[in-house]
Design a protein around this ligand. Structure first.
Ligand SMILES: *Cc1c(COP(=O)(O)O)cnc(C)c1O
Length: 434
């Protein structure tokens, strides 16, 4: 069980808060985060890099709840944002613009304008066309945009194919072979002030070797650029450090930081990094209630009230999340395999297959662990299910930090034009009856 969550008196708690009490108050399913766990993980990550003290820009896409961002802002974190919505969240949470970087392969003109207007630290540019669009946007307001060029080091991150971003065939970054020309262009373009480079090769990396390969190539490029008379002051090393969902043994932050120090320590760079998952993944649970236990043909199905729309990772990435009972089973309880599924009408709505679980019955609560990153942020209303609420626990207090909407809220999102009844003639049989 990740830190911050433990059984007290036979009941699973988030810090000092009983999950059963939250379930009674908020209903299920819900996410719950441990504030102390986020803080402890942030502090350990930051300490690992000391004394280099890089700017830690939390990857907002991992968990964009304003309360979580506020907590991280208080700890000293900045933000890595990938949309105007995330930029607005980071600013609203009190993150200073000078600690915000903007990443992403497809920023719109409106997003570039918003980033310039906010005066953020830097925009990580991923292509020549984007560089030109940004130059135009910056010139229009008489500014020079601080730019880091994101390079694609053509390294296999050895992670799930859908979250590997550092191979040449991925859409991200500027090819290493073209990076020097692009950097020179950036230096020549009015409206652009190149400040350095950025790299991010993927997420949930559980081995240092891909980082080592990528960082080595970036270090070479920095030397090449400098030899050509170009200033490279900053380096943004991205995020991607993995966590233990099941049997993985991800590198410790200290080992990762040591590698960064070895590779870049002598280059006199201002460093930034963009961790997401490693800071908040283990700090969250998804709590659900068992609706039914169905004995199938040689299979036991545990049907939860949470579904793939609430936690997409198993359906999208075949991801593993531990599933634990909220009430500790009786001593000597026998584990037996079960498929744990949600109510959504897709076979992909499956959280676990043949998972060894203690006896479970309708009304029992279970928790899916390591759900603090890429959980609530990926939730949807698919099947017209209500967006899953989020709760933050700190000590013996908890607060709903995103309430469950009502069905009225859900229906209000659509609009039916007044002419709809004229658009399709009624069938003959129904005419004259109204
Ligand atoms: C997703 C992403 C991150 C964060 O990745 P984690 O695996 O959550 O650390 C950082 N930087 C960029 C550019 C990203 O796209």
């Amino acid at each position: 069980m990740p830190d911050g969550f433990r059984y007290q008196g036979g009941e699973l708690c988030a810090e000092g808060v009983r999950l059963a009490a939250v379930a009674a108050d908020v209903g299920t399913p819900f996410y719950i985060y441990s504030a102390a766990t986020i803080a402890a993980r942030y502090r350990r990550f930051a300490a690992a890099f000391a004394p280099a003290s890089p700017l830690i820009c939390f990857a907002v896409k991992a968990n964009s709840n304003l309360a979580v961002l506020r907590l991280l802002a208080r700890l000293g974190a900045g933000a890595d944002v990938v949309s105007e919505g995330e930029l607005r969240r980071a600013l609203a949470a009190g993150m200073p613009p000078e600690r915000i970087v903007f990443s992403g392969v497809g920023k719109t003109r409106a997003e570039l304008d918003a980033a310039l207007a906010a005066g953020i630290r830097q925009i990580n540019v991923e292509s020549i066309p984007e560089l030109r669009a940004l130059a135009a946007a910056a010139e229009a307001i008489g500014r020079a945009a601080p730019v880091a060029l994101r390079v694609n080091p053509d390294v296999d991150a050895l992670t799930h194919v859908k979250i590997a971003t550092g191979k040449r065939e991925n859409k991200f970054g500027i090819d290493l072979d073209d990076a020097a020309d692009a950097y020179r262009l950036a230096a020549d373009l009015p409206g652009i002030a190149p400040v350095g480079l950025a790299v991010h090769i993927g997420s949930q990396l559980v081995d240092l070797a891909p980082f080592r390969r990528a960082f080595g190539r970036v270090a070479e490029l920095i030397l090449e650029l400098r030899a050509g008379g170009l200033a490279v002051e900053r380096l943004d090393i991205g995020g991607g450090l993995g966590i233990r969902y099941h049997a993985e043994t991800p590198p410790a932050p200290e080992a990762y930081a040591a590698l960064v120090r070895e590779t870049f320590g002598a280059l006199g760079l201002e460093l930034a990094c963009e961790p997401g998952r490693v800071l908040c993944g283990p700090a969250g649970l998804l709590v659900a209630r068992v609706l039914y236990v169905k004995e199938g043909a040689g299979r036991r199905f545990v049907i939860l009230d949470a579904a793939m729309n609430d936690l997409l990772r198993p359906a999208l990435y075949d991801a593993w999340h531990d599933i634990v009972p909220v009430r500790l089973p009786a001593a000597g309880a026998v584990l037996s395999p079960a498929d744990v599924v949600g109510p959504v009408c897709e076979t992909g709505d499956t959280f676990a297959v043949a998972r060894d679980l203690p006896p479970l019955a309708a009304e029992d609560l279970v928790a899916l662990t390591n759900a603090g990153a890429y959980g609530a942020v990926m939730s949807s209303t698919y099947n017209s299910r209500l967006l899953v609420p989020e709760v933050l626990a700190a000590g013996d207090r908890f607060a709903v930090v995103r309430p469950r909407p009502s069905f009225e809220d859900l229906l209000k999102m659509d609009a039916v034009p007044e002419w709809i009844d004229d658009a399709v003639p009624l069938p003959r049989s129904a005419r004259g009856t109204a």
